[in-house]
Design a protein around this ligand. Structure first.
Ligand SMILES: Cc1ncc(COP(=O)(O)O)c(C=O)c1O
Length: 396
């Protein structure tokens, strides 16, 4: 039977030979998945990875990435979502119901706190903030309505490294589920599951992507029942990621450890150099002696991300700090760290976290966060030196 060319181009019979193998897995893209026959369609089961049902529920490409992220985190099951923030939202949605309470560290990633303050509150879920350096304080806060404790190590922007074993023990002893935002550790600095944490999420946007050009998140578990709840919520909410985005992360994963360690080494060198500068009151880098939570970092971590904050002395004005930031040439002003380009963001702690800014001595002064990229350390140091001179004048 001869067919029209338009039909032929859609239904062409050629199938390439099976068995193709290359360093990178193939990219499969689909909204629809084709079933061999009606029986196969009726037998479909989106809950396991034995077959394919619908593009949203997985392709060979997304399954491959899920398995690699589960291995990276030391977990068993992983689901992928369109951003790190979506991963946080998925955990909340899967585990919390009206009348429940969730506890967040007071240095939690800002949008996670906003999510609790707005959407979770609308659904009748309350939240309170705990001091991540005070495990006994967390234990005292846990009540019958507490269903989830979020952990973040170190906390966003102010970089205090928490007492993870103490916090986990406090939650576990009361049967409360723990979820870790492991974006900073990236599965390299420490293993969340080794510490007894139940759920580990990561913004794959950061280190696993490494390019500053993809948004994606992951939620990993070891526990079968928890995974089932997450997978159900994932399906009901219509979450999924595109094959091209999954491909970009798969391509970057083999260099993850190399990039992480290179940025760690460069970050520590620049943090130590900045700590010796007269303009700088404190450097908030968990691997630096005397940093808030440094002893917890030492007890938990094998490495550190190239991300830290600098407290400029209170004697300077906010305008001088802005001038310093604007004078930087290699550090560009931007939020999403762990890519090849070094980044800088000045934060106004007094409006962002007024309580912490008042109470914690290490937060006195003007905070500027630096994310170290993959440029040469000497060039980054020169850039910081010239910007310090422009912002604050010659060192006295
Ligand atoms: C600690 C942390 N968690 C989560 C996220 C959210 O990731 P995404 O930008 O993919 O939503 C970020 C982003 O900056 C982050 O720093």
């Amino acid at each position: 039977m001869s067919r029209d060319l338009s039909t032929e181009l859609i239904h062409h019979p050629y199938r390439p030979p099976a068995g193709f193998e290359a360093p990178q897995p193939g990219i499969h893209k689909a909204s629809t998945v084709i079933f061999a026959n009606v029986a196969a369609m009726r037998a479909r089961d989106w809950r396991n990875k034995l077959g394919y049902t619908y593009g949203l529920h997985g392709t060979p490409t997304t399954f491959a990435l899920e398995e690699r992220i589960a291995a990276l985190e030391g977990g068993r099951h992983c689901v992928l979502v369109p951003s790190g923030l979506a991963a946080i939202a998925l955990v909340n949605q899967a585990l919390l119901a009206q009348g429940d309470e969730v506890l967040l560290p007071d240095n939690v990633y800002g949008p996670s706190r906003e999510l609790a303050r707005t959407e979770l509150a609308r659904w009748g879920i309350t939240h309170r903030l705990y001091d991540p350096l005070d495990a006994a304080g967390l234990a005292a806060m846990i009540g019958p309505r507490t269903k989830l404790v979020w952990l973040e190590a170190p906390g966003s922007v102010t970089m205090e490294f928490p007492d993870l074993p103490g916090l986990v023990a406090a939650a576990r002893s009361r049967g409360v589920t723990t979820a870790l935002d492991n974006t900073w550790g990236a599965g390299i600095a420490f293993g969340g599951f080794d510490l007894g944490i139940d759920i580990v999420m990561q913004a794959l946007t950061k280190f696993p992507s490494g390019g500053g050009d993809v948004l994606m998140g992951s939620v990993t578990t070891r526990d079968e029942a928890l995974h089932e709840r997450l997978r159900l919520a994932h399906m009901h909410l219509g979450l999924g990621v595109a094959g091209n985005d999954a491909e970009l992360v798969l391509r970057s994963l083999p260099s993850l450890a190399l990039r992480y360690h290179a940025q760690d080494v460069a970050g520590r060198q620049l943090a130590a150099w900045l700590a010796s500068r007269p303009e700088v009151r404190r450097v908030l880098h968990p691997a630096l002696d005397g940093a808030p939570g440094h002893e917890h970092w030492r007890g938990t971590c094998r490495a550190a991300a190239g991300l830290f904050s600098v407290m400029f002395d209170e004697r300077y004005t906010a305008a001088q700090v802005d001038r310093f930031v604007d004078a930087l040439r290699l550090f560009r002003i931007g939020y999403s760290w762990a890519g090849p380009m070094s980044l800088v963001v000045p934060y106004e702690l007094a409006s962002m976290r007024p309580e912490a800014a008042r109470r914690r001595d290490h937060l006195r002064g003007h905070l500027v966060r630096l994310a170290i990229g993959l440029e040469a350390v000497a060039d980054l140091r020169d850039d910081l030196a010239q910007a310090l001179a422009q912002g604050f004048g010659a060192p006295g």
